[in-house]
Design a protein around this ligand. Structure first.
Ligand code: ADP
Ligand code: MG
Length: 136
């Protein structure tokens, strides 16, 4: 039984700044993801605040929003079987020091804030996040 899903991935400013986007895109393709939509953008602080609204009450919210709007990012819709969970597995733990060998955050992440990639955490949020970047 197949369960094809789409999820939202962001290559964050630290990775774009180091010109890692092609390497990371290749990692997705090598792991069975199809890149359905893709764009390179530089969002405003206000847009970052909207995107990360679920983290509004966290102490790192302001830094997080400053960071995501600090430089260009690459946003993508990724598709494969169980895309949401498979992307979370491929990304690894939020903090690169805790991420398993071979995961994107282990390979490319610098720190908990500069952890190179974002991925939706549920199918419901994937739909909301894809809509946020691609349907307005
Ligand atoms: P994930 O990106 O793994 O889903 P969260 O949704 O919990 O993680 O957090 C969103 C982003 O906020 C993380 O990717 C990370 O960049 C940042 N972040 C999370 N926790 C912290 C923290 N304790 N200090 C600084 N930044 C954090
Ligand atoms: Mg999250």
């Amino acid at each position: 039984m197949s369960n094809i899903e789409q999820t939202l991935s962001i290559i964050k400013p630290d990775a774009v700044e180091r010109n890692l986007q092609n390497q990371i895109k290749q990692d997705f393709i090598n792991n069975g993801f199809e890149i359905i939509k893709e764009k390179k953008i530089h969002i405003s602080k206000e847009e970052a605040e909207k995107f990360y609204k679920v983290h509004e009450s966290k102490p790192f919210y302001n830094d997080l929003c400053n960071y995501l709007s600090s430089g260009p990012i690459v946003v993508m819709t990724l598709q494969r079987e169980n895309a949401v969970m498979e992307n979370r597995k491929l990304m690894g733990a939020t903090n690169p020091v805790d991420a398993d060998e071979g995961t994107l955050r282990k390979k490319y992440g610098i720190s908990i804030d500069k952890n190179s990639v974002h991925g939706s955490d549920s199918l419901e949020n994937a739909k909301i996040e894809i809509d946020f970047f691609f349907n307005h």
